[in-house]
Design a protein around this ligand. Structure first.
Ligand SMILES: NC(=O)c1ccc[n+]([C@@H]2O[C@H](COP(=O)([O-])OP(=O)(O)OC[C@H]3O[C@@H](n4cnc5c(N)ncnc54)[C@H](OP(=O)(O)O)[C@@H]3O)[C@@H](O)[C@H]2O)c1
Length: 320
């Protein structure tokens, strides 16, 4: 069991900074990727280091903080994406987001700026290959070529029986929901690898596991995300890039407002959801944030359902 020791760091101008490490480890600092061992000064629990203020210091990361990390969250102006932007920024990350509607994006950026969150944004339709490339060029120059977190949040839905799908509708769902995830991961790979410890989280759906009425195409895109998650988790483990997904059931957002305005339909949703209610965007963003934190550093290739128990419900009648 390690004894916690406080290391006192002094920069020029002096700026005391405490970091906690286990006594079982040889204490050291990384300064501009150089490993510098710390030497005891006067007592065995106090170490003094002098360094110029302009060089950045990376100490042992706080397991429950995203300070010093860069994040790209697609579709951050509404619903689950907006909650994710706010959750990650609230935990200290610097976030870049995108959406198609410029006015809505500007309004959000204004709100976040007033709240003290460090968030920037670009207009981008992630279903378009050239726009995805332009987005990633922006992100690369914004974050100096290093990305710690990629959240593939954008997704859409067209509800209809499979035989009625036109080629155009099929292509819209595939490019928005799946091709965007595949290609953004490809484009982000050099930046994720450069960060030395990265996390990708994609927003899937319970539809990737179970059948839902009129959702054959949307569920195929989410099933594809789930398997890409498992494959990339193995392929990119060597680069310390973790790949996970979060699969929600009904969450109160603009995407599902209309379908849930039908009272009978809503009652059926409640009846198959053990927790008996809809989810809130913040209940998804907290799971996403956990998967991005150093605290989840041994979790990869997983798809976590945030669904009030819907996907594990067998037969539990509400009345005895
Ligand atoms: N809500 C649910 O019940 C639920 C359940 C399961 C899974 N999900 C998944 O959760 C994710 C988010 O859903 P949500 O309900 O939060 O959606 P939402 O309320 O419709 O918000 C979607 C966000 O993404 C942006 N967006 C949509 N299409 C885009 C595109 N082609 N390019 C760039 N940005 C785009 C939107 O802004 P613009 O319109 O300005 O582009 C908006 O900021 C999706 O992947 C969805 O499949 C949701």
């Amino acid at each position: 069991m390690g004894l916690n020791i406080a290391y006192h760091l002094y920069t020029n101008p002096p700026q005391p900074l405490h970091c906690i490490a286990s006594s079982s480890l040889k204490p050291h600092l990384y300064i501009s990727s150089k490993r510098i061992p710390l030497q005891p000064q006067s007592s065995s629990s106090s170490f003094l280091v002098r360094c110029a203020s302009r060089i950045s210091i990376a100490t042992t990361p706080n397991r429950w903080s995203l300070h010093g990390m860069s994040a790209l969250v697609t579709g951050g102006t509404r619903g689950i994406g907006r909650a994710i932007v706010e959750e990650l920024a609230g935990l200290g990350a610097e976030v870049h987001t995108c959406a198609r509607n410029e006015t809505e994006l500007e309004n959000c950026l204004g709100d976040w700026n007033r709240s003290g969150f460090r968030v920037a944004g670009s207009v981008c339709d992630v279903s378009d290959r050239a726009q995805r490339e332009a987005l990633m060029e922006n992100v690369s120059s914004f974050f100096d070529g290093k990305l710690h977190i990629l959240v593939n949040n954008v997704g859409t839905n067209i509800r209809k029986p499979m035989v009625e799908f036109t080629a155009g509708e099929f292509s819209t769902l595939m490019s928005t929901n799946f091709e965007s995830v595949f290609h953004l991961c490809q484009l982000a790979y050099p930046m994720l690898r450069a960060s030395e410890a990265a996390s990708v989280v994609s927003i899937s759906s319970v539809s990737g596991f179970v059948s839902l009425k009129n959702m054959s195409v949307q569920s195929a895109t989410k099933g594809a995300i789930n398997q890409l998650t498992r494959s990339l988790a193995c392929e990119w483990a060597k680069d310390n890039i973790r790949i996970n997904a979060v699969a929600p059931w009904y969450i109160k957002t603009s995407m599902v407002e209309q379908v849930l305005s039908n009272k009978e339909y809503l009652d059926e949703v409640y009846s198959i959801t053990p927790l008996g209610r809809l989810g809130e965007p913040r209940e998804v963003s907290s799971a996403v944030a956990f998967l991005c934190l150093p605290a989840s550093s041994y979790i990869t290739g997983q798809i976590i359902c945030v669904d009030g128990g819907m996907s594990i419900n067998g037969f539990f009648p509400r009345h005895d």
